[in-house]
Design a protein around this ligand. Structure first.
Ligand code: ADP
Ligand code: MG
Length: 610
C-alpha cells in the first residue's frame, strides 16, 4: 500500500496559519502598526483604501531592516524579538510570534521597502501569496514602508466573507484607536481614501484622548494614578454623568498592550456603583503596568487576552484606584484638560498649579543693548513732544517697567483709541502710506507702521495669554468656518490660547466652527482669514523654530493682525501708534528682530546740504 501522508507546501501551510492571525483588514493594520512601534518609530503614517480591502500602507521612520532580514521577515516563526523560552516571560515588544508578515504575505500582494540608518540603500521586495517576485535596491528614507494590496485575493471564500466597508472601517478604527492611545508620544497620521482622518501630534495622553474622541471629553476626564505592590495604574476615567448606553469606549492596557478582560471591567463598574444607572458604561483608558513575569500574554494568537498570576489582587487594585479618583473628582468638579496624570501629586499639594499647569510663559530677558536703548530713547523725546504723556514718560523709570506709560491695555486697539489722550499739537506725517515721520530731539524719526504695530500687538497678546483673557468684539451674526481636519484638530488643541487672544468660537459640526467674535483690535481682514493665517503661521513656526506654544501664537497673531504698509492712518492713529510703541518693553524691534524705527540725525541732515 502506498503511503499517503505528505508535508503541506509552505505556501499552503502559511495560508492556513494566516486564518489565525489575519481575519480582516483591521488585523493587518494592527500587526503592521505594532511592528512599526516595535521598531521604535517616532512617526507613523497609515493609509487605507476601501476600508483596507484594496490597500493598507504603513510608513514608519523606525529601525528598518537589512537586505537579508527583509527577506527573512516573511518566513514563518521568523522574529528578532525572542530567542529562547525564557524570553517569553519578559516580553517588552508588541510582537514576538514571528507569524504576522508570513501570514499577511500568504494572503495578499505585499511590497516592502526598508532601509536601516547606516546603509546607503534600502531594499525593495515584492511577494505575492507567499511567492517572492523580486528583490532589488531602492533609495528611500530610513525606516519601513509596507504595502498590502488586495487582501485575500487568492482566498475568495475569505474575501467574500468580509463585511461592508463601514463595518470593516469600524474594526480598523478600533485597532487604530487602541494603538494611538497606547502611544501618545508617537505622531500618527491616518488617511482613508486620500482624506486625512487623523493627524495626532505627539503629546500627553489627555490630549490624545481628546483628539481621538472629541472636545467634549475635555470636561469629563478624571485622572487616575496609583502604585500598589509593584502594580502601577495610570490613565483617565470619565465622570459618572458622562457614562454611555453602550460600552464602546473602555480601554485596558497591560504593559501597553490593549487587552479585553470582562473581569477587570467588572472591577471598574463596581467602583462606579451607585454613581451611574444600571446598564450604562463609564469611559476609561487605564494602563496597568507590572513585571511581565506575572503575566502570560500567550493565550490567544491575536493576543487581546492576558492571564495574570494573581488576578484577584489586580482586580482590587483597579477597583480601589478608580474609587479613589472618583472621590477626588467629587471635590474638584472642573478639570483642566491640559493636565496629565503626572500632575496629580502636585495637585494635592497645590491645587492652583494643578488647574493651571502651563501658565509659566517664559519672559524674554532684555539684552544689554535693549536696556541701553530703553534708557536712551527717553532722551530722544525730550523737547520733541509736549504731550503730557511724553513728559510722564521721560520721568518714569523704564528699566524693566513700562506700566506707567503703557496705555490701558484695551486702548491698544489704537485705531479706535480715544483721541483725548493725544496732543494735537504734535506734527506727524505719513509717507508712502507706510512710514510715520516726526521730529525728535536729535533729528527726524521714521517709524515703520507695520513693524511698530507688530511689536505692540505681540506684547499685548503675550499679556492676554499670560492672563488667559482677551477682549472680544462680538459678531452680530456668527460666521461659520469650515476647516480641514488637521486644522480643526489643531484649533481644538490651541483652543484655550486662541480664545485668550479674543477669538470666540464654538464647535459647529464636523470640522466646522461658528466664529462668534474676534479680538477687539482693528483688523483689516475677516475674522476667518485672520484665524486661518494664525493657524498656518503657527504650524510653520512650529516646524521651523522651537518657540513655546504661547510665544508662537503671540507671534503668529501679531504678524497677521498688524496694520500693513499701504494703510492710511490719520493723525490720532499715528500719534497713538508711536505712543504705544514706546510703551512696549522692547520698542526697537519686531519679535522677528526687524527694526521698528530709525532716526535721521540732525548732523547727518546737515551733511546732506554741505
Ligand atoms: P514579530 O513582530 O512577531 O516578530 P512579524 O512577522 O510581525 O513578527 O515580523 C517579523 C520581523 O520583521 C520582526 O521581528 C522584525 O524584526 C521585522 N520587522 C517587521 N516589521 C518591521 C518594521 N516596520 N521595522 C523594522 N523591522 C520590522
Ligand atoms: Mg509583528
Amino acid at each position: 500500500m502506498a503511503d499517503v501522508i505528505q508535508l503541506l507546501p509552505d505556501s499552503l501551510a502559511n495560508q492556513i496559519a494566516a486564518g489565525e492571525v489575519v481575519q480582516r483588514p483591521a488585523s493587518v493594520v494592527k500587526e503592521l502598526l505594532e511592528n512599526a512601534i516595535d521598531a521604535q518609530s517616532g512617526e507613523i503614517t497609515l493609509i487605507v483604501k476601501d476600508a483596507g480591502k484594496t490597500l493598507i500602507q504603513i510608513i514608519d521612520d523606525g529601525a528598518g531592516m537589512t537586505e537579508t532580514d527583509a527577506r527573512m521577515c516573511f518566513e514563518r516563526h521568523a522574529t528578532s524579538k525572542i530567542r529562547k523560552t525564557e524570553d517569553l516571560f519578559s516580553i517588552k515588544t508588541m510582537g514576538f510570534r514571528g507569524e504576522a508578515l508570513a501570514s499577511i504575505a500568504a494572503v495578499a500582494q505585499v511590497e516592502l521597502k526598508t532601509r536601516k540608518e547606516d546603509s546607503p540603500l534600502g531594499t525593495h521586495i515584492v511577494i505575492e501569496g507567499s511567492k517572492f517576485k523580486s528583490q532589488e535596491d531602492v533609495a528611500i528614507a530610513r525606516g519601513t514602508n509596507i504595502l498590502v494590496k488586495n487582501l485575500f485575493y487568492n482566498v475568495p471564500a475569505r474575501r467574500n466573507f468580509l463585511k461592508s466597508n463601514p463595518v470593516e472601517l469600524r474594526h480598523l478604527m478600533d485597532e487604530f484607536h487602541r494603538i494611538a492611545l497606547a502611544n501618545p508620544d508617537i505622531l500618527f497620521s491616518f488617511f482613508q481614501n486620500d482624506l486625512e482622518v487623523y493627524h495626532l501630534k505627539p503629546g500627553k495622553l489627555s490630549h490624545r484622548i481628546i483628539h481621538l474622541f472629541g472636545k467634549s471629553y475635555q470636561q469629563q476626564l478624571v485622572p487616575c494614578q496609583e502604585e500598589i505592590e509593584g502594580v502601577k495604574i495610570t490613565g483617565y476615567i470619565g465622570k459618572p454623568e458622562n457614562a454611555k448606553k453602550n460600552r464602546g469606549e473602555q480601554f485596558f492596557f497591560v504593559n501597553n498592550r490593549f487587552i479585553k478582560s470582562s473581569y477587570l471591567n467588572h472591577a471598574v463598574v463596581n467602583a462606579y456603583r451607585g454613581l451611574i444607572p444600571e446598564n450604562s458604561f463609564p469611559f476609561f483608558v487605564l494602563f496597568i503596568e507590572l513585571d511581565p513575569k506575572h503575566i502570560d500574554i500567550n493565550v490567544h494568537p491575536t493576543k487581546t487576552e492576558v492571564k495574570f498570576d494573581d488576578e484577584k489582587t489586580i482586580y482590587s487594585i483597579v477597583k480601589s484606584t478608580v474609587t479613589k479618583s472618583l472621590g477626588t473628582f467629587n471635590l474638584t468638579p472642573s478639570m483642566d484638560y491640559s493636565i496629565d496624570t503626572n500632575f496629580i501629586q502636585s495637585f494635592h499639594k497645590d491645587e492652583k498649579a494643578f488647574r493651571n499647569p502651563d501658565t509659566s510663559f517664559p519672559k524674554k530677558e532684555l539684552s544689554e543693548r535693549d536696556k541701553e536703548n530703553l534708557k536712551n530713547w527717553e532722551d530722544l523725546y525730550i523737547g520733541a513732544f509736549e504731550s503730557e504723556r511724553f513728559e510722564e514718560l521721560a520721568k518714569s523709570d523704564f528699566e524693566g517697567k513700562s506700566s506707567e506709560f503703557t496705555i490701558e491695555s484695551d486702548a491698544n486697539k489704537f485705531i479706535d483709541s480715544e483721541t483725548e489722550n493725544v496732543k494735537t499739537g504734535t506734527t506727524v506725517l505719513q509717507i508712502h502710506l507706510s512710514y510715520i515721520v516726526t521730529s525728535v530731539k536729535s533729528g527726524l524719526m521714521i517709524v515703520d507702521q507695520q513693524h511698530a504695530h507688530e511689536r505692540i500687538l505681540f506684547e499685548k497678546f503675550t499679556r492676554n495669554l499670560e492672563q488667559n483673557k482677551g477682549h472680544v468684539q462680538q459678531f452680530l451674526f456668527p460666521e461659520t468656518v469650515e476647516l480641514n481636519h488637521a486644522d480643526f484638530i489643531l484649533l481644538k488643541d490651541l483652543e484655550l490660547e486662541i480664545k485668550s487672544l479674543g477669538f470666540a468660537f464654538e464647535e459647529f459640526g464636523k470640522n466646522t466652527i461658528a466664529l462668534n467674535g474676534v479680538p477687539s483690535i482693528s483688523i483689516q481682514k475677516s475674522g476667518k482669514d485672520l484665524l486661518l493665517e494664525v493657524l498656518n503661521d503657527f504650524k510653520r513656526n512650529h516646524s521651523e523654530y522651537s518657540y513655546d506654544k504661547k510665544e508662537n501664537i503671540a507671534r503668529a497673531m501679531a504678524k497677521n493682525a498688524a496694520i500693513k504698509r499701504g494703510g492710511t492712518l490719520n493723525k490720532e492713529e499715528m500719534i497713538s501708534l508711536i505712543d504705544q510703541l514706546f510703551g512696549c518693553s522692547n520698542p526697537n524691534y519686531t519679535p522677528d528682530g526687524e527694526k521698528t524705527y530709525c532716526i535721521l540725525d540732525v548732523k547727518n541732515i546737515e551733511k546732506m546740504f554741505n
